[in-house]
Design a protein around this ligand. Structure first.
Ligand code: SAM
Length: 218
């Protein structure tokens, strides 16, 4: 799903490329002219290098053993950054540490494995516009793929914006599964806060109610 949201990419960064399958698809499908694939761990990066070699298209990729987008110096041709399968906190850190994303208004395609609330909060409060969300289900787990671009418009956000955001526009079984998963998370968050502090912020209680209404409507 994440890769299918890349259109007409020139150089596309695949951060946390692991086995390199997403990068390979991007190039083979023509969605990217070339890729920069990064991973913080040597073994997965080597798998990606080997995969491109097996397919005879090593000339279409550069591989970096690095944290996020550190040490990527040639950034002018980068049109998209895809980060799939990392946590929302880590994604926010990676984006924050890569100023070229803001300067060149690079298209972001983000599939948080967890902490979707953290990456939405970062995007809203750091001047990015969330342009779309697409919910997807796999092995009884549900995710939302977020696309975003820097505009400089800093926005206030409450718990509903952070936990649900534009995924509220999604339809179908995967969307419902995603909202139900978020509702469970919000419930656990509220319970934890009640135990730890004796109270729960109103915006979390409101988000729980709005998410219930959303599920009932879909
Ligand atoms: C769940 S896998 C991601 C799979 C792949 N992106 C996909 O969609 O199929 C997470 C990968 O991210 C890498 N990773 C974790 N933190 C990272 C970071 N800060 N920078 C780069 N890679 C990272 C891990 O080594 C691992 O290979």
């Amino acid at each position: 799903m994440a890769a299918s949201l890349v259109c007409n990419g020139r150089t596309v960064c695949d951060v946390g490329c692991d086995h390199g399958k997403l990068s390979l698809y991007l190039v083979k499908s023509g969605r990217a002219q070339r890729v920069i694939a990064t991973d913080i761990n040597r073994m997965p990066l080597q798998k990606a290098i080997d995969l491109f070699a097996e397919h005879g298209i090593s000339d279409k990729a550069e591989f970096y053993l690095t944290d996020g987008l550190q040490n990527i110096t040639e950034t002018a041709d980068i049109t998209h950054v895809v980060i799939a399968g990392l946590g929302g906190d880590t994604m926010a850190q990676i984006i924050e540490n890569a100023p070229f994303i803001r300067e060149n208004q690079v298209q972001l395609v983000l599939l948080p494995a967890q902490s979707g609330d953290k990456i939405r909060q970062y995007l809203y409060t750091s001047g990015f516009d969330i342009t779309s969300e697409h919910t997807v289900g796999e092995n009884k787990k549900f995710y939302s793929v977020i696309t975003a671009v820097y505009s400089g418009n800093v926005k206030e956000c409450d718990a509903y914006d952070c936990y649900i955001g534009k995924s509220e526009n999604c339809e179908g079984a995967d969307a419902k599964g995603y909202f139900e998963m978020v509702l469970t998370r919000l419930g656990k968050k509220a319970k934890g806060l009640m135990i730890d502090t004796g109270s729960c912020p109103q915006d979390i209680l409101d988000a729980i109610e709005k998410t219930k209404e959303l599920i009932a409507k879909k």
